[in-house]
Design a protein. Structure first.
Length: 297
């Protein structure tokens, strides 16, 4: 149902194209480029902003290598996150005389972590426990409208507080045909101990459908474990917890897991939920549908 964007990666031309040649330039595949989950926890907690520019080589098969930071965001952890994210990108390679060719390229990554939704139960004078499920429409101005309780926490006071809290939330509206449109939305307001996250999409990403050939699995583990934190439904601090032994498969695992989408959760008190996903490259994941992507602000 959603994608909470932490940043947008903006391509920039690196060097001159093939002058006088009708060939094409590299073009990032639309399924790649999203770097929000790579934001480190410390940078997220500090609401850090900045821009990292990375240069790299787009190979004739569309893969990326020789990544280097050419302009720092002013924080080493954000620059390292930029390099890790760029390693997962894939391009339609440049062409010359009708054939794919390698080419140097660069891309700018601006970091603008959003503020997650938070509700406080301190003024409710009741024990904060349970989950209030809300449904509403995100209007074209980004405001929740027609908010309704579809799952009660067991406390009418907390349910009313959740509805009241939702009036302060703002979203970037869904876009269709380059125009803002209304979109239905669901949010869980957690009162007390957070419940396990609910996946609602994103594991149909092309990297999730990558399966290793038998000869590629020889001498390696064949399993990649990726860990991350969920904060209010937003994925951050994405990293390799256990390597398969193959750099290419580990990069595919990061790209795959980084596109998973979770139901938006408002945690009270505000907590992060650590999760780990294991990908067996003998049996890739392909079982999730795509989802629309309004963005919390």
């Amino acid at each position: 149902m959603r994608r909470l964007l932490v940043l947008v990666a903006v391509p920039a031309l690196f060097g001159a194209a093939f002058a006088g040649d009708p060939g094409s330039l590299p073009n990032q595949k639309p399924e790649y480029g999203y770097c929000g989950p790579f934001v480190p926890l410390a940078a997220f907690s500090d609401h850090a902003t900045g821009n990292t520019t990375v240069s790299f080589r787009v190979n004739d098969d569309g893969s990326v290598q020789d990544i280097a930071v050419t302009r720092s965001a002013g924080r080493g952890d954000l620059d390292q996150a930029a390099v890790a994210c760029a390693s997962t990108w894939r391009y339609t390679p440049a062409t010359k005389d009708g054939k794919p060719v390698a080419m140097p390229w660069q891309q700018n990554i601006p970091w603008y972590p959003p503020k997650p939704h938070i509700c406080s139960a301190k003024t409710a004078n009741v024990e904060a426990n349970g989950v209030t499920g809300l449904t509403f429409t995100i209007a074209t101005n980004g405001r929740p409208e027609n908010v309704q309780v579809v799952r009660s926490s067991g406390s009418a006071t907390l349910d009313d507080l959740a509805v009241l809290c939702s009036r302060n939330w703002r979203y970037k509206p869904a876009i269709k045909d380059d125009k803002a449109v209304e979109a239905p939305w669901n949010v869980d307001v957690q009162w007390g101990t957070p419940s396990p996250p609910v996946v609602i999409g994103g594991i149909d990403h092309p990297a999730c459908r990558t399966s290793a050939k038998p000869d590629e699995l020889m001498g390696i583990d064949g399993h990649t474990q990726v860990s991350f934190l969920l904060v209010g439904g937003m994925m951050i601090d994405l990293r390799i917890a256990h390597s398969s032994g193959s750099e290419a498969l580990d990069r595919a695992a990061l790209a795959c897991v980084g596109h998973r989408q979770y139901r938006e959760t408002v945690a009270v008190p505000f907590r992060a939920y650590r999760d780990t996903i294991t990908i067996d490259w003998r049996h890739p994941r392909t079982d999730a549908p795509p989802a629309p992507n309004p963005t919390a602000m």
